[in-house]
Design a protein around this ligand. Structure first.
Ligand code: GDP
Ligand code: ZN
Length: 291
């Protein structure tokens, strides 16, 4: 049997990338009975029934699962923000980081459009998130600056891009590989794609290995699935301090003798990050009330 990865699902056909070719496959009948659904990103074993056709015989275990868009085995997310135009919102960065942590993805924070602002502004941004332990890259996709370093991170992995519209996601992908042919902001808004049409995600292969999901990931509705007691787990600088709080049930809000609040006061945790924590905590509570 041969191995491959589902890059596209359409009607009851699955397009399998196998080496350098795409094989169009059907599912073996026995799979169709169960509730199991094969999705983009799944690894399969298949047998050939023609030069470019085959039947899927086996589905290999999933390593991970992203819900929106629905893709299996995504390794990492590239959170993309423009330093300016649109101006970076640090609270939005934190919201994206929390969703990415919740989704158990490796994270690359990518600050784009550094050609439009001062080097010190960029350096401060990079340092702020590096201190927490995040991998941060600063790039100018339009000029090709930093693209090689970014590509080195994408190689041989399945990556999804996320971030506000206009940050430069399509420009970045086109800079990495013009063949991906993604339309940049202005164009795709004009033809109204994305907002009103439901599309299934596809994996686009990089020439040198690895894939990128063609649709940007995440929606903030995922805060609904979070428990307030677990929110701290998605802040890498808060969770290690939490065990030092007086109460084991401390959520670092109004409890006395809270080690996290102490760390904020002493400057070990950035006040902006703690504020983001409180904002999301409140949002989770409001959501719970709605039920
Ligand atoms: P997306 O919505 O995240 O896919 O963003 P786009 O890739 O469509 O980019 C939005 C706009 O920003 C386009 O007009 C791009 O030409 C521009 N842009 C992207 N990267 C850069 C950059 O590094 N520097 C500058 N000055 N403009 C950029
Ligand atoms: Zn506490």
């Amino acid at each position: 049997m041969l191995n491959g990865i589902v890059v596209k699902a359409y009607n009851s056909y699955y397009y399998i990338q196998s080496g350098s070719k795409i094989v169009t496959c059907n599912l073996r009948g026995r799979f169709k009975k169960g509730r199991f659904s094969l999705i983009v990103g799944d690894e399969v074993a298949y047998t050939l029934t023609g030069p470019e056709e085959g039947i899927i015989e086996e589905i290999l275990p999933r390593r991970s699962m992203l819900k929106r868009p629905m893709v299996a085995n995504v390794d990492q997310v590239v959170l993309t923000f423009a330093a300016v135009n649109p101006d970076i919102s640090l609270s939005l960065v934190d919201r994206f980081l929390v969703i990415a942590e919740f989704s158990e993805l490796e994270i690359i924070l990518c600050i784009n459009k550094i050609d439009l602002t001062d080097a010190e502004v960029v350096a401060e941004l990079v340092e702020r998130y590096q201190q927490i332990g995040y991998k941060v890259l600063s790039i100018a996709a339009k000029l090709g600056t930093g693209i090689e370093q970014l590509y080195a991170q994408l190689h041989d992995k399945i990556s999804v891009f996320a971030g506000p519209s206009g940050a430069g996601k399509s420009t970045i992908l086109n800079a990495i590989q013009p063949g991906l042919g993604l339309t940049t902001g202005e164009v795709s808004q004009k033809i109204g794609r994305g907002k009103h049409t439901t599309r299934f995600a596809e994996l686009l292969p990089f020439e040198g290995g690895g894939f990128v999901v063609d649709t940007p990931g995440f929606s903030f509705t995922e805060f609904k699935d979070m428990e307030e007691a677990h929110l701290m787990d998605y802040f890498p600088e808060i969770s290690p301090i939490a065990p030092k709080c007086k109460f084991s049930t401390c959520i670092h809000y109004k409890e006395p003798q809270c080690a996290v609040k102490k760390a904020v006061a002493e400057g070990f945790i950035h006040a902006d990050r703690y504020q983001s924590y409180l904002d999301i905590l409140n949002e989770i509570r409001e959501n719970k009330k709605g039920y």
